[in-house]
Design a binder for this molecule. Sequence first.
Ligand SMILES: NC(=O)CC[C@H](N)C(=O)O
Length: 311
Amino acid sequence: MNTSPDFQAVLDDIVHTLGPEAGREGQVARYIPALARVDATRFGIALRTCDGREAVAGDGDVPFSIQSISKLFSLTLAMRHMPEAALWARIGREPSGNPFNSLVQLESEQGKPRNPFINAGAIAVADRIVDLYGADARGTLRGFLSHLAGEPVDFDEEVAASEAASGHRNLALAHFMKSFGKLDHPVAEVLDLYFHQCALAMSCRQLARAASYLSRDGAHPDHADERVVTERQTRRINALMLTCGTYDAAGEFAFRIGLPCKSGVGGGIVAVVPDRLTLCVWSPALDATGNSHLGMKALEMFVARTGLSVF
Ligand SMILES: NC(=O)CC[C@H](N)C(=O)O
């Protein structure tokens, strides 16, 4: 294994090799107009080493809708500020083997979501964040992401509004959980936070930076003496990403890539190499599981070129 690859050269090579394929396979998310009109040929990649070096290629500085990648940060915020036992009493830690927005398991499992990275689980986490911060929940989450990214990040209000206007399935999931007594706060308040977190706009560089604590045993990306979460919590979040971060494709991701990953239907995927680096890739066209088609190929190429893996 090459112990100190020239990461900028690796990312440039990935963009050069795969860039021409962008948009050829897969479909951009179509459930809201603001995502349906995103240019499918966009392709960006960025990484941040645990000692703060960055490399960026292609559209790595173009903001996109982070969507379900936000579930990583909302979980982190909840783990930071509430007793973990109380959190895990409400949310499971097993892969679902179902699509991210599936309703079926919730019925047989009495409204307790399988894990925090499917929609139901993230809605349950949003309920906890509303519990912690009330009317400041949105602002607190945005402030947390800005603090991690080292610069201000913001919601795309158009995306948030269309999530709310067409979020029938998420409304169904939330009301279903509410009927089992699994949400403490009004559905409208909880979903307002959930729709806004999905609508955060960030670039690959900002996401690689913001997630950097996951490669630094929980230390803040820029300040080694500031803890985002503990070392043990960091291991737990990485374990959940590996087993649940890409929905019913988690097995295929572990097999082909072998890194903890979290994806979103905006076409972004964040990956972690513990003690080495965080990586984010963006290509909007998705495969049938809702994961970025080319993003997955890019991650596969990155691990092949660098030999980095948790296995
Ligand atoms: N997988 C995703 O990125 C899903 C997020 C999307 N906003 C939804 O709730 O359906």
